[in-house]
Structures are given as structure tokens and as C-alpha cells.
Design a protein around this ligand. Structure first.
Ligand code: FES
Ligand SMILES: [Fe+2]
Length: 418
């Protein structure tokens, strides 16, 4: 249980809030690269409560700037996308990717605003099919998180994101919730358990009392979930690192491939966020595999015409197309199709910002308790002038090796076995 003040501290991310300022010290996934056409329409996107436009210049470079023109606030989503920046439709001001106003055509030539002020504009990069930006102070910009992509070719990365209307922390906490798998995600659907997934799914679903342990790391929290097998002796240990400020990673073979699955829960506003699911595979992904992943995890079920909201959320409100017959027959526990949909339905059902003063947590929620403590400690240290965890020079390799390449070490297993 948190106090109302702690809940506010953790969940509010607009500029000027403690968590908002801390999050701005990291490179942030903004949008999927292929949503931006070279020289095409700028895309409205909200991140950390800021109204922004992402765009791809005619030369192919990506950019991100404040949505509203610095002259009279016309939306730059309508702007012309030119070689040197975005040109507002209203009076043709030209705004450069770094926020300088390069041209003000209705004014006499001696009027030069380029040194007078800067429009909001953020350093942007494209990697792994994702457009990233840094929204913090220039002098504190950390290294770009290359480690995320380290061993993978772009062709072996499958990127999806969806818009969800609830606070970001509900998403992250869902990933550190050790006990829900055998319940919320239970299914006897063959499609979910076929081939190589069968054994893992059985192990995972069989143990109805999973154990969990968490350990503080410089970059976040390492957690391990333990699922006992049917024989009651052998166990599967899954690692689920939480990496600051909103990333989680899953063990490579979760989806029957070598690689990793990354989630990022990026605040759009305080009451909405972007749900990123990024699959990294060491082998080339076939269309069949992507179809399988989309179907079983629900990645493909978003509506591009409706700001990439999850399709099941757009039509039928809180029911999420829940199939009560499937529940009655035992085919699924939830009646909801798709693992991601099941998670999102629960996160969304908690309300726009979950009231954590009402909770009654148990020892099975230890990773969630540790996550909140980690974040509150990080905010307190940051408030005293300390660095954002994991942004110190050279810290990124340790994130990669500790979070992603290690199987749970002995001490973590011991913790999880208790
Ligand atoms: S409002 Fe954009 S140029 Fe005037
Ligand atoms: Fe889940």
C-alpha cells in the first residue's frame, strides 16, 4: 500500500513533476519508424504530457518538436515538411529540427528570430525500427542505449506499440506481477501450447503458487519468477529485469526463439501510455512466426485509424470482447483473447490512475513492492542532485550483461526458492 502522496509522486510525469523530470533523463521511444514517411505528414504524439509532432524530413532524418507553432500556436501537424524543417501553414514560418526559427516570410528581412528563442525540439534518433528522443537538459544527455540492440540485426527485430488509456505504472507493475500468469493467462487452446511452447506453457500454467524474488541493481531491479513443474521438483526460473525508467525484459525463449522481448510503458499523459512490445530474435523471423506471435500475444490487434488503440478496447468498453462461454467451458480463464489483451484489460480496469492506497499486498507482490521502493528511492536521490540510475557513462554494458545475458544466479534462485 502506498500513501496518496507516494502514488502521486510515482504516477505523475508532466514537466516539472519529480518523476517527469527523472524520466526526461533517459532516451525515450517515441513512435514506430515506419509510421513516418520521408517528407510526409508530421504525426501528433503525446509523450510525458507534451503535445509533440514527430516527422521524417525529405532526406530521411527523424525529428520531434512541440506541436504548436511558436508564432500563433497553429498545429505543426498541418505543416509542410521541407528539407530544412517544418513550415507552418498559417504564415509560413520555418522551424528547424533544433527549434530555431529560420524564416518568417511576412516580416521584413531584417527581422531575424533565429537567435531570439528556440521552439521546443528534441534530439532524435532511429534505431531498431523505433524513433527515440531525449527530452531532458542538454548537459545531462546520456549515451544512447545501444545495448538494447547489441546482438540483433534490424531485420530480426519486430516492433509494435499500442495506446492504452491508463497510467504507465499499471503497465510496468503488470510485468512484475509474479502470480497472475497461471490464472489470467490460463488457456487450454492448442494454438497457445503447440510445438516448443507446450512444455514451457505447461510448466508455467501448472504451478499455481509461483515464487518471486527481486534484487536492486544500479540500473533497476532484477527479478526472478519460479514455476515448479508437475513433478513438484524441477523448476523453471524466469528473469524479468526492470530497467529504468519504464523498460522490462523477458527471458529469451519465452516465445520459442533465442533473443529477448522488451516492453516499454511510456507515459503519454498521466492517464494514458504507449505499450511497446519489441521482439528481438537471433534468427530471421518468418511471416508465420510473426502471425503466431500476433495471434497468441495479441500484438497485431491495434487500430491505426484510432491512434493505435487496442482493437478490443475501441468497441465494447470494459468488456474487452470477453467470451463468457470460453470461461464456462474452461478454454480460457479470462474469456479474453491474446496475452497482451488480457494484461491490458486488467491494467485498464484499475482506472485511469490506480488508487494504491486501497490495496492489500501479499508476499507474492514483493517485486511490485520493491519496484515502488526503488522508484521512490531513485526520486529522493535524484532530488538531492544524484544521477538518474543507469545513465552514468559506461553503465550501459552492465545493464546488458546483468539484465539480459545472465540466467538467474545462485543467490537469486535461493531467494526465489524461499
Ligand atoms: S502560426 Fe505558425 S506561422 Fe503564424
Ligand atoms: Fe501477464
Amino acid at each position: 500500500m502506498l500513501t496518496a502522496e507516494q502514488n502521486e509522486l510515482l504516477t505523475r510525469t508532466n514537466a516539472g513533476t519529480p518523476m517527469g523530470e527523472l524520466m526526461r533523463r533517459y532516451w525515450i521511444p517515441i513512435t514506430v519508424g515506419n509510421r513516418l514517411k520521408a517528407g510526409g505528414a508530421p504525426l501528433q504524439v503525446k509523450i510525458l504530457g507534451e503535445s509533440l509532432v514527430a516527422y521524417r524530413s525529405p532526406n530521411g532524418a527523424v525529428g520531434l518538436m512541440g506541436e504548436f507553432c511558436p508564432h500563433r500556436n497553429a498545429s505543426l501537424a498541418l505543416a509542410r515538411n521541407e528539407d530544412c524543417g517544418l513550415r507552418c501553414l498559417y504564415h509560413a514560418w520555418l522551424i528547424a529540427p533544433d527549434g530555431r526559427v529560420l524564416e518568417t516570410p511576412p516580416e521584413p528581412p531584417e527581422v531575424n528570430l533565429s537567435d531570439k528563442f528556440r521552439h521546443t525540439a528534441y534530439p532524435s534518433r532511429e534505431a531498431g525500427g523505433i524513433v527515440w528522443a531525449y527530452m531532458g537538459p542538454e548537459e545531462a544527455m546520456p549515451e544512447f542505449p545501444e545495448w538494447i540492440f547489441k546482438p540483433y540485426d534490424e531485420a530480426n527485430i519486430y516492433v509494435t506499440n499500442a495506446f492504452q488509456e491508463c497510467n504507465w505504472l499499471q503497465g510496468v507493475e503488470g510485468d512484475l506481477d509474479a502470480q497472475h500468469g497461471p490464472y489470467l493467462h490460463y488457456t487450454d487452446d492448442e494454438a497457445h501450447t503447440q510445438d516448443g511452447l507446450q512444455n514451457r506453457a505447461n510448466e508455467y500454467i501448472y504451478d499455481q503458487r509461483p515464487k518471486v524474488a527481486a534484487a536492486k541493481k544500479p540500473w533497476g531491479l532484477q527479478t526472478v519468477f519460479r514455476y515448479l513443474h508437475k513433478d513438484g521438483k524441477a523448476a523453471t526460473y524466469w528473469i524479468h529485469p526492470f530497467v529504468m525508467p519504464f523498460f522490462t525484459f523477458f527471458e529469451s525463449n519465452l516465445l520459442d526463439t533465442e533473443g529477448a522481448l522488451m516492453h516499454a510503458w511510456v507515459p503519454a499523459t498521466d492517464e494514458s501510455h504507449w505499450v511497446w512490445s519489441v521482439l528481438f530474435c537471433e534468427e530471421a523471423m518468418t511471416d508465420d512466426y510473426i502471425e503466431f506471435v500476433d495471434r497468441t500475444r495479441g500484438y497485431g490487434m491495434t487500430d491505426p485509424e484510432n491512434n493505435w488503440r487496442v482493437t478490443a478496447f475501441t468497441g465494447k468498453g470494459v468488456g474487452f470482447e470477453q467470451d463468457r462461454e470460453a470461461m464456462a467451458s474452461g478454454r480460457t480463464f479470462s474469456g479474453i483473447e491474446g496475452i497482451l489483451q488480457q494484461d491490458l484489460a486488467i491494467q485498464y480496469s484499475m482506472g485511469p490512475i490506480s488508487d494504491r492506497t486501497r490495496e492489500h499486498l501479499t508476499s507474492g507482490d514483493i517485486a511490485i513492492v520493491q519496484l515502488r521502493k526503488y522508484l521512490l528511492d531513485a526520486l529522493a536521490a535524484f532530488d538531492k542532485g544524484g544521477p538518474a540510475p543507469g545513465t552514468e557513462p559506461g553503465s550501459q554494458d552492465s545493464v546488458y550483461f546483468e539484465a539480459l545475458t545472465s540466467t538467474p544466479d545462485h543467490s537469486m534462485r535461493e531467494l526465489a526458492n524461499r
